[in-house]
Design a protein around this ligand. Structure first.
Ligand SMILES: Nc1nc2c(c(=O)[nH]1)N[C@H]1C(S)=C(S)[C@@H](COP(=O)(O)OP(=O)(O)OC[C@H]3O[C@@H](n4cnc5c(=O)[nH]c(N)nc54)[C@H](O)[C@@H]3O)O[C@H]1N2
Ligand SMILES: Nc1nc2c(c(=O)[nH]1)N[C@H]1C(S)=C(S)[C@@H](COP(=O)(O)OP(=O)(O)OC[C@H]3O[C@@H](n4cnc5c(=O)[nH]c(N)nc54)[C@H](O)[C@@H]3O)O[C@H]1N2
Ligand code: SF4
Ligand SMILES: [Mo]
Length: 647
């Protein structure tokens, strides 16, 4: 039996090193964790462990064209000719702005995600801002710290306190969660989870705090006030490294225990317990989840929470995403800095409205399943169905989005191509060699883009550059030791990280009171928004679940369950019992789900697995708003309000 070590390319905190076992015929028998990555060794997650099955199920086998109500297979030459001709005509008649390139993080490899963008950057097509996931939180941290990177996962091993805030790490980042468990086992580190839902992480935390959704600015100010009042703050650090402490202190003082309790629903004793834990820990980590920033004022929530480590004298003592910590020239790989025709950038969150209005005549989707994952899906799907829009989808598997395509192109999965995956939590990198020969008639993204460029007779040399040579240049300053060649020879290298005490703000310090926010017209300090919920409505939260990565793995584990968790009090009031079918509705749509009654959620809150479908096939995201957040243009998924009625 042959074994090949590669790296998982899914959009995930962990970026695991994986060991692929091949059978006699070269087929993949198993995928397991590879002990050589210290962060991700020890066990395989439920997705990685089933990659050998997903590789052979529900695959797009060959290029396909939509004919009437079905797809017909064709060959690559024909498919690419049709695609290039349609693209060429739209470019000529409507200009490059009418061409939308919609990509996301189905596979985060440098050759699969950024490099293929060269074609679209070259023609000046419309691209999206990619703000669907982490952007509002990154902007939030940048307002006060100049940039969003923070601690590395391995540091958790020396922490006395680890706080997961809107971060269900036991599910969404199993290896970071395991490191926290190790710290607890070895030296009694305390684990706190702050979440409106008693999720898998909360269940095994030392302390679970349950704020109302969207009330974390109030909670954050409550803790800030408590730390200041009890002399837990590091006065010298604050003097040397920060600006705006007096303003913060004044604002925090306005957050009395009564006011914090009234808005958050959290008993003040728990705020004290958290404050004491922070104040007394020799070292603490504030783990800010992506879930914390997906609501109306999600960025403000991240801003408020991020102040805690700075008050305690820690340089960037939070973790959010470390993508910006590394010295990698991604803009070179994507061609962003090579083009003379800057693309038009539109909001990814607001895309449904633009597509419905017919702004685009040609849409090319790569590495994304937007017909399930974008907000305001009835509008988005209506837009994809327009007669005057030509849709191309490059996919490994059949999805909801492929149903709307005029042409579907088969792509190889991460197991079927060489690539390089840059993590966004830890800094261990390895080359990802192809583990198996393609099992379908797929072509990789770089090849397809090059073919289209040739058919369009584009002459820019950088379109035809060997992708690996672009990667080599982009990585020139990237490593602590070793270089691109050592990487290609199979060594594991570590990425250099920007210094922790580097604060590229206007003052060069941590700015509690942000000059950048003021310049952009936002409040210099985070603001707690009112939590008004319309009469008769509940707040719908959605978040990641263990077996699926977004919409992937349904071919292995079956459909994402259409299950709505309702609190016992709401269930009684609504006359809903365990297992009843309910209609979840608002002005944007209606979805049927099965109810499960549980005190895992508080009164007024319901929870569902994200990116799921209702019992009648309605996408859950038809209920979500496509109005971007003010800071960072992120989504507002967790501020969705709905009525729930028994069917
Ligand atoms: N209600 C609600 N909606 C949400 C969220 C939420 O919290 N609540 N979260 C949002 C977030 S954080 C995110 S990141 C998005 C995720 O949104 P998407 O990126 O749309 O999520 P996926 O379902 O993973 O879709 C990725 C697709 O890429 C395909 N793919 C995988 N590998 C390759 C490859 O090598 N090449 C090609 N061409 N394709 C490949 C997969 O088969 C899959 O269909 O969803 C968002 N939607
Ligand atoms: N198993 C698995 N792992 C994944 C993914 C997956 O689909 N499956 N997807 C990957 C991707 S793309 C992403 S973005 C991450 C997402 O993973 P996380 O960063 O963990 O974020 P979410 O799953 O969106 O939500 C985490 C928690 O935030 C809580 N939350 C919601 N609103 C609030 C609030 O106002 N305040 C507080 N304090 N908490 C709130 C939710 O109840 C939820 O428990 O996971 C990655 N890892
Ligand atoms: S999905 Fe995440 S946890 Fe699972 S193998 Fe990939 S990187 Fe690791
Ligand atoms: Mo995400």
């Amino acid at each position: 039996m042959k074994q090949i070590s590669t790296v998982c390319a899914r959009d995930c905190y962990d970026t695991c090193a994986l060991m692929v076992t091949l059978g006699e015929a070269g087929e993949v028998l198993a995928v397991r964790d590879d002990a050589r990555n210290p962060v991700t060794q020890g066990f395989t997650c439920p997705r990685g462990a089933k990659d050998h099955e997903r590789l052979y199920k529900n695959r797009v086998d060959a290029p396909c064209m939509h004919r009437g109500d079905h797809f017909e297979q064709t060959d690559w030459d024909n498919a690419l000719s049709v695609v290039s001709q349609e693209l060429g005509e739209v470019l000529k008649e409507h200009g490059p702005e009418a061409v939308l390139y919609l990509d996301y993080a189905g596979n985060t490899g440098l050759l699969t995600e950024p490099f293929p963008r060269r074609l679209w950057n070259c023609i000046g097509a419309t691209l999206t801002d990619g703000a669907l996931c982490t952007m509002s939180g990154r902007e939030a941290l940048a307002l006060h710290y100049g940039d969003s990177y923070g601690i590395s996962p391995m540091e958790l091993l020396s922490m006395g306190l680890i706080v997961f805030w809107g971060f269900n790490a036991a599910v969404s980042s199993p290896h970071i969660w395991a490191l926290a468990q190790q710290a607890r086992k070895h030296h009694g580190a305390r684990i706190v989870v702050i979440d409106p839902v008693r999720n898998q992480s909360a269940k095994s935390a030392d302390l679970w705090i349950q704020p109302r959704p969207g009330s974390d600015v109030a909670l954050g100010y409550g803790v800030v006030n408590y730390l200041i009042q009890n002399d837990y703050v590091d006065v010298e650090f604050i003097q040397e490294w920060t600006r705006g402490f007096e303003e913060l202190k004044r604002e925090a003082r306005a957050w009395s225990p009564e006011r914090v309790e009234r808005i958050t629903g959290v008993p003040w004793e728990q705020v004290e317990e958290l404050g004491d834990a922070y104040g007394r820990a020799w070292l603490s980590a504030t783990m800010i989840g992506i879930g914390l920033q997906k609501c109306d004022h999600g960025a403000d929530q991240v801003r408020a929470v991020s102040f805690l480590p700075a008050l305690l004298g820690l340089h960037r003592g939070f973790f959010y995403t470390n993508g910006n910590a590394f010295m990698i020239d991604v803009a070179l790989i994507s061609g962003e800095t090579l083009t003379t025709k800057p693309p038009r950038i539109v909001s990814q969150v607001a895309l449904a409205d633009l597509v419905e209005a017919g702004e685009f005549k040609f849409i090319y989707v790569n590495g994304m399943n937007p017909a399930m994952t974008l907000p305001n899906l009835h509008a988005f799907r209506a837009g994809l169905s327009r007669e005057d829009v030509f849709v191309v989808v490059h996919e490994t598997h059949w999805t909801k989005t492929t149903e709307y395509a005029d042409v579907v192109l088969p792509a190889p999965t991460y197991l079927e191509k060489d690539d390089l995956v840059i993590p966004w939590s830890h800094n261990y990198v390895r080359f990802s060699p192809k583990a198996v020969d393609p099992v379908t008639d797929s072509r990789r993204e770089t090849w397809v883009m090059r073919e289209i460029a040739q058919r369009l007779r584009l002459t820019e040399e950088w379109l035809y550059e060997d992708p690996w040579s672009a990667v080599e240049h982009a990585l020139e300053d990237a490593f602590e030791e070793g270089d691109y060649q050592s990487l290609r020879s199979g060594e594991m290298l570590t990425l250099r990280m920007k210094p922790r005490s580097n604060y590229p703000t206007q003052s060069g310090k941590i700015e509690f009171c942000s000059s950048q926010a003021a310049a952009l017209g936002f409040d210099p300090l985070p603001v707690q928004a009112p939590l008004d919920v319309e009469e008769g409505r509940l707040v719908l939260l959605t978040s990641a679940t263990p077996k699926y990565t977004s919409t992937q793995f349904q071919e292995v584990y079956g459909p994402i369950p259409a299950l709505l968790t309702v609190s016992p009090r709401d269930a009684e009031r609504l006359g809903v019992g365990e297992g009843n079918i309910v209609t979840v509705a608002n002005e944007r749509g209606r979805v049927q789900m099965k109810a499960t009654v549980s005190d895992a959620v508080g009164e007024g809150v319901v929870w569902a697995p994200r990116q799921s479908e209702g019992l009648a096939g309605e996408p859950l995201n038809c209920l979500m708003s496509s109005t971007p957040q003010e800071i960072g243009s992120g989504p507002r998924f967790n501020s969705t309000t709905v009525s729930v009625t028994r069917h």
